[in-house]
Design a protein around this ligand. Structure first.
Ligand code: AMP
Length: 541
C-alpha cells in the first residue's frame, strides 16, 4: 500500500519562493568587484532571479542546457544560481583559478552555451573566448557604466541590461526533481577533470541535511558569510541553505585577505562562516597581529583539507569561535561528515575534546559510509584500523557527466581517502589512497605528521610525502616552509616529534623550501612534491 501524502518535486526554485515569502526582508550583502558594498533583500533576489531567468530564455537557453559562470561570491552569482537552475537549465560554475587551457577543455566538455563572468576575469575570458567551441553569448556581470571595451570577445552582453529588459513576471516551471541543476568539475589531480552533475532532488536534500544542528547549524537568526567560493561545490551548499532557513547572507567578493574578511565579519554581524584552512590562517594572523577579536562570530566550518588542531584551538580558546571540522568532496555535494560532539563528550576536558574535534566527524543522515581493506572486505569501527573510505547516499555521485563507466563499487563511491571510524561513528582521515605512506607494510598518517609540524612555532607550512626507501619501501619525508626570520634546523623539528607519535613514525628527513606548490583550490599539490622529492631518501643513502 502506498502512502497517501501529496507528492511535490523537490525543486531549487521552491527554496527561493520560500525565502521571498517568509524572509522577504532578509538581506543579501555583497562586496562587489567594483569595491563598494551592495545590499538587497531576498525579495529583490527573487525578483531579479526571475528577470534573469527570462533573460536566459531570451538568449535561447533551454531545458538541460549549460550556462557557465566565472564569478566570485556575490549577489549576481546567487541570482544565476536560481535563475538558471529554476528554468531546468544547468548552472556550470567554472573555477577561475584554473589554467586557461583547462578552462577551455572543461567549457567544451560541458558544452556551455552562455558564459557569465565578473569583471575581474575579463583577461581570462579574452584569452579563451575564441577557443571555447559552444559558447554563443558572453555576459559581463556588471552594469552599463562598468562595461569594458574589448574586441577580443564576440557578443559581449551586459548583465544589468539583460535584466532590465525583463519584467520578472515568470512562474517557475515544475518538472521531475531528478532533473540536472548544476555542474561542477573536480580539481582532478590525474587525467582530465570530471564533471559532477547535481540534481534538484540531491541539492534540496543536501540542504536539509547541511542546515541541521550537528551540520552547518544554520538558522534564520544567522548571518552567514561563505568564504568557500561559489565555484567550489556550490559554496558547500550555503546559497541554498540560506534561502531554506532565511539566514542573512554576506558575500566577500574577491576580497579574501584577513583584513577585508575581519572588517566584513564585524560590520555585518556575521555569526557563521565556512572555508578551507588556508583562508583562516590569513584571518587568524591578521587578528593576532592587530589584537582584534570577533564580536559576533560564534561558529566556523573548516574543511576541504584537514584542520590543524592548532588552528582549532586558536579559534576556540583565543577567540571563543566554535570550530566545526567537516569533510566532503565535490562528488558528495559536498557534505559527508561533520564533527559535532555528542552529549557524552560534553564533560570531557579541553584536551580530550580536541581529540574528538580533530576528527572529520560523523556521517550526516543521508550519507552511509564504510571502510574497506585492500580485498574490499569491510573493516571494524575501532578507531584504529584504517582502510579506504566508501560512501553512498542520495547526494553522492552515481556517474560522472558523460562518464562511460561507473565509478561505483557495488553501489558505493570510493573516495580515495583512507580513514578510521571509531565506535561512536567518528571518521578520521588518516591519508589518501593516492597519497599514502606505507612503511614496511604499515600505514603512517601523513596528516598527523603535518599537524605536528604545523604546531611548531617556527613552521609556516608543511607537507609530508611518501619517499622511496631501500628497506621499508616508503618512509615519510617532510617538506617545510619556515616562518620569516625564524631559525629552525632539521634536528630541532624532528626532536619536536618525540613523545607525540610512535617513534617509527618520525619523518626520516626534512627539506626546507620557500613555498609549497598549491592547486587551484588552495590545496598542497602532493603529487608535485612527490615528483620532486620521491627519491630524496635514496639519494641521501
Ligand atoms: P574536493 O572534491 O576538491 O572538495 O576534495 C575532496 C577531498 O578533499 C577529499 O576526498 C579529501 O581528500 C579532502 N578533504 C576534504 N575535507 C577534508 C578534511 N576535513 N580533512 C581532510 N581532508 C579533507
Amino acid at each position: 500500500m502506498q502512502g497517501a501524502m501529496q507528492s511535490h518535486p523537490l525543486l531549487i526554485s521552491n527554496l527561493l519562493v520560500h525565502a521571498e515569502r517568509h524572509h522577504g526582508d532578509q538581506e543579501v550583502v555583497s562586496r562587489r568587484v567594483e569595491g563598494d558594498l551592495h545590499r538587497q533583500t531576498f525579495r529583490d533576489l527573487a525578483q531579479r532571479s526571475r528577470q534573469m531567468a527570462q533573460a536566459m530564455q531570451a538568449l535561447g537557453v533551454g531545458f538541460g542546457q549549460r550556462v557557465g559562470t566565472l564569478a566570485w561570491n556575490g549577489y549576481r552569482h546567487m541570482e544565476l544560481y536560481y535563475a538558471v537552475s529554476g528554468l531546468g537549465a544547468v548552472l556550470h560554475t567554472l573555477n577561475p583559478r584554473l589554467h586557461a587551457d583547462q578552462l577551455v577543455w572543461i567549457a567544451d566538455h560541458a558544452e556551455d552555451e552562455v558564459l557569465c563572468f565578473d569583471l575581474t576575469f575579463l583577461p581570462l575570458v579574452e584569452a579563451v573566448a575564441n577557443r571555447v567551441k559552444t559558447v554563443k553569448h558572453f555576459v559581463v556581470m556588471t552594469d552599463r557604466a562598468h562595461m569594458p571595451v574589448t574586441d577580443k570577445i564576440p557578443n559581449l552582453l551586459c548583465y544589468e541590461d539583460l535584466l532590465a529588459a525583463q519584467d520578472g513576471r515568470l512562474s517557475w516551471p515544475s518538472f521531475d526533481e531528478n532533473t540536472a541543476s548544476s555542474l561542477c568539475y573536480t580539481s582532478g589531480t590525474t587525467g582530465h577533470p570530471k564533471g559532477v552533475l547535481y540534481s534538484h532532488r540531491s541539492t534540496v536534500l543536501h540542504s536539509y541535511a547541511a542546515a541541521l544542528p550537528d551540520g552547518l547549524q544554520c538558522s534564520a537568526a544567522d548571518t552567514v558569510l561563505p568564504v568557500v567560493p561559489m565555484f567550489h561545490v556550490n559554496a558547500w551548499g550555503l546559497p541554498y541553505v540560506a534561502c531554506m532557513v532565511g539566514a542573512k547572507l554576506v558575500f566577500p567578493g574577491p576580497f579574501l585577505d584577513g583584513k577585508s574578511l575581519h572588517e566584513l565579519f564585524e560590520a555585518e554581524g556575521v555569526t557563521l562562516s565556512a572555508g578551507v584552512p588556508t583562508v583562516w590562517q590569513g584571518l587568524l594572523a591578521y587578528a593576532e597581529a592587530n589584537g582584534l577579536h570577533f564580536s559576533t562570530m560564534r561558529r566556523t566550518i573548516i574543511g576541504g583539507s584537514a584542520c590543524p588542531p592548532a588552528m582549532m584551538s586558536a579559534f576556540q580558546d583565543r577567540y571563543q569561535v566554535a570550530v566545526l571540522h567537516a569533510w566532503g568532496m565535490t562528488e558528495i555535494s559536498p557534505l559527508g561528515t561533520a564533527c559535532a560532539l555528542k552529549s557524552k563528550h560534553l564533560a570531557l576536558g579541553p584536551a580530550e575534546r580536541m581529540q574528538v574535534q580533530a576528527k572529520q566527524g560523523r556521517a550526516v543522515f543521508g550519507v552511509d559510509m564504510k571502510i574497506v581493506g585492500e580485498d574490499g572486505a569491510e573493516l571494524p569501527w575501532d578507531g584504529q584500523t584504517s582502510g579506504e573510505l566508501l560512501v553512498r547516499g542520495p547526494w553522492i555521485v552515481g556517474r560522472y557527466f558523460k562518464g562511460e563507466s561507473s565509478p561505483l563499487v557495488d553501489g558505493w563511491f570510493p573516495t580515495g581517502d583512507v580513514a578510521t571510524i571509531d565506535a561512536d561513528g567518528y571518521m578520521q582521515i588518516t591519508d589518501r589512497s593516492k597519497d599514502v605512506i606505507k612503511s614496511g607494510g604499515e600505514w603512517i598518517g601523513s596528516i598527523d605528521l603535518e599537524n605536528i609540524a604545523m604546531a611548531h612555532p617556527a613552521v609556516a607550512a608543511a607537507a609530508c610525502i611518501a619517499a622511496r626507501h631501500a628497506k621499508w619501501d616508503e618512509r615519510p619525508l617532510l617538506v617545510v616552509v619556515r616562518k620569516a626570520d625564524v631559525a629552525l634546523t632539521r634536528e630541532e623539528l624532528l626532536a619536536f616529534y618525540d613523545g607525540k607519535i610512535a617513534k617509527w613514525w618520525t619523518p626520516d628527513d626534512v627539506v626546507f623550501v620557500d613555498q609549497l606548490p598549491l592547486g587551484a583550490t588552495g590545496k598542497v599539490l602532493k603529487h608535485r612534491l612527490r615528483d620532486q622529492y620521491a627519491d630524496h631518501l635514496l639519494a641521501a643513502a
